[in-house]
Design a binder for this molecule. Structure first.
Ligand SMILES: *[C@@H]1O[C@H](CO)[C@@H](O)[C@H](O)[C@H]1NC(C)=O
Ligand SMILES: *[C@@H]1O[C@H](CO)[C@@H](O)[C@H](O)[C@H]1NC(C)=O
Length: 484
């Protein structure tokens, strides 16, 4: 090059570029730190052991096995409490925040610096040493929707379909059909996923770990894949009968706590059968006093918890049985009649059951007579009482759980069914007695119930023309079904 000035110019330009690059990188980095995003993660795998019991475990052997096979692995043993008796050879990450420690001390992000994490149950060994690498390749090569790979720890895994409906507070599992991808696996598994994905979960290490992870993954549409041909050897812990008994007790409590945190009240199809969380005769009703016919859960985009619907159905069937046994003429009223017309059940967002009765029949039934004077607890624990709010009867699921069926006493006057006081709800109006002559029987809430004849016509009279075909929340002025 002939021109010395040109050389200097080129050098200066390059230097300026480099400075500019450094400056923008610096700005970017600072804004990342301000927004709480994480610094880059390094290649490698952090092994997290969460599923173990502090009173009987095989953590030392697990530590030995993993670190001897792969000295570069990072091993994190995460627990709410420290193992007892303590094991000086183990380093435990205590998840339970301590008031004298900074908040990041109990945060997972502070301890994971690799791109991948493996969640490994107690008793597992890394043999042969390349098992985790094969899982990592499985994740790398998986279809884009697959965010978690699973490998058997001990016994083979089964692929499951998982559907979580927060609106219905329900997680439903079933075996997958051929060609369908998994949303969960049954059996004890080692799970491998990207650390950033784990950080995205609000409950990354809730127990039971596998169901908590799969439910949160399902809500994000993440698929799970079983890595074929990879099986970790595993010795189950606890090994003693007493230890296993204690572990089962603890797991049941953890599961209830986690499902409540996740907003799941019914788990269907895992290990067969149904498991319910919350809502018994001994627990209070799981929503507060209803204002403006719009229970609190509707504002959160959710329908009536399935355990409440189940308790309401049981209460309705019980009340109907008692009324029929005593010859009390009754019929489904209001929203319950609407639910019967739509799908033979309580409307999925309804919070009580309404029945009409003939006022003059109240004397036929000991429970109603008892209720008139105050309140009566029947042999099955249901509470019959006069409602404090007005001129009607109320049957509660139990003394503690106030889910209820309301009984509205009507009497005929000049061929019209009427009452002395009204709720003010638009559907709560007089109607011709001919709808009750005769009554007819339909399926309702898992049993049968009496309804007015021509009840479709009666419903149109009470709720308007399209009420049956076009569902709407009870008080559209406050909240609409399709408005959200
Ligand atoms: C695993 O064992 C080694 C020594 O055997 C120990 O230094 C290390 O702290 C252990 N790891 C954990 C996570 O406890
Ligand atoms: C998921 O479950 C809900 C109710 O439990 C159901 O309405 C919906 O159709 C299900 N979806 C799939 C894909 O199975």
């Amino acid at each position: 090059m002939r021109c010395p000035l040109c050389r200097i110019l080129i050098a200066v330009t390059l230097l300026c570029n480099a400075l500019l690059l450094y400056y923008t990188w610096h700005l970017q980095f600072r804004s990342n730190v301000r927004q709480g995003t994480l610094p880059a993660l390094a290649p490698g795998i952090t092994v997290i052991v969460r599923e173990f019991r502090t009173f009987e475990h095989g953590l030392s052997d697990l530590n030995q096995s993993f670190l001897r096979s792969r000295p570069s692995l990072h091993l994190l043993i995460a627990s709410d409490a420290l193992p007892y008796p303590p094991d000086p050879g183990l380093r435990i990450l205590k998840l339970h925040p301590s008031p004298d420690q900074p908040s990041f001390a109990s945060r997972l992000e502070s301890y994971i610096h690799t791109r991948l994490v493996a969640l490994v149950p107690d008793g597992t060994a890394l043999n042969p040493p390349d098992l985790l690498d094969r899982m990592a390749r499985g994740l790398r090569d998986a279809a884009p929707g697959i965010r978690i790979v699973a490998a058997a720890a001990g016994l083979p895994l089964q692929c499951l379909h998982l559907n979580v409906s927060l609106k219905e507070w329900t997680a439903s599992y079933r075996p997958t059909t051929t060609g369908e991808s998994c949303g969960a696996v049954s059996g004890t598994a080692v799970l491998l996923l990207r650390s950033r994905d784990l950080f995205e979960l609000p409950y990354p290490l809730a127990r039971p770990l596998q169901s908590a992870i799969f439910i949160q993954a399902s809500l994000r549409g993440w698929g799970v894949q079983i890595v074929e041909g990879v099986t970790f050897p595993r010795t189950p812990f606890p090994a003693t009968d007493h230890g296993r008994w204690k572990a089962d007790q603890a797991e049941r409590q953890e599961e209830a706590k986690t499902m409540r945190a996740l907003g799941v009240r019914l788990v269907r199809g895992l290990d067969g059968g149904e498991r319910w969380f919350g809502c018994s005769k001994e627990t209070p009703r799981c929503f507060g006093t209803v204002v403006g016919e719009t229970p609190e859960y509707l504002y959160e985009g959710r329908w009536t918890p399935p355990c409440c619907l189940r308790a309401l159905r049981a209460t309705a069937r019980h009340v109907i049985k008692v009324l029929e046994a005593n010859g009390v003429r009754y019929w489904l009223e209001g929203g319950s009649l609407l639910g019967a017309a739509r799908n033979a059940d309580i409307i999925p967002w309804d919070y009580d059951v309404d029945l009409g009765i003939y006022l003059e029949d109240v004397t036929l039934c000991a429970e109603l007579r008892g209720a008139q004077g105050g309140s009566l607890v029947d042999a099955d624990g249901y509470v019959w009482e006069r409602a404090v709010e007005g001129d009607f009867f109320r049957v509660q699921y139990s003394q503690t759980n106030h889910l209820h069926v309301d009984l509205w006493p009507f009497y005929p006057r000049d061929g019209v069914m009427t009452r002395d006081s009204w709720t003010g709800h638009p559907q709560d109006v007089e109607f011709p007695e001919r709808f009750l002559q005769p009554l007819q029987t339909v399926n309702f809430a898992g049993g049968t119930a009496q309804v007015p004849n021509n009840y479709h016509q009666l419903l149109r009279l009470k709720f308007g023309e399209k009420a049956i075909e076009e569902p709407e929340y009870p008080n559209p002025a406050l909240l609409r079904l399709r408005g959200r």
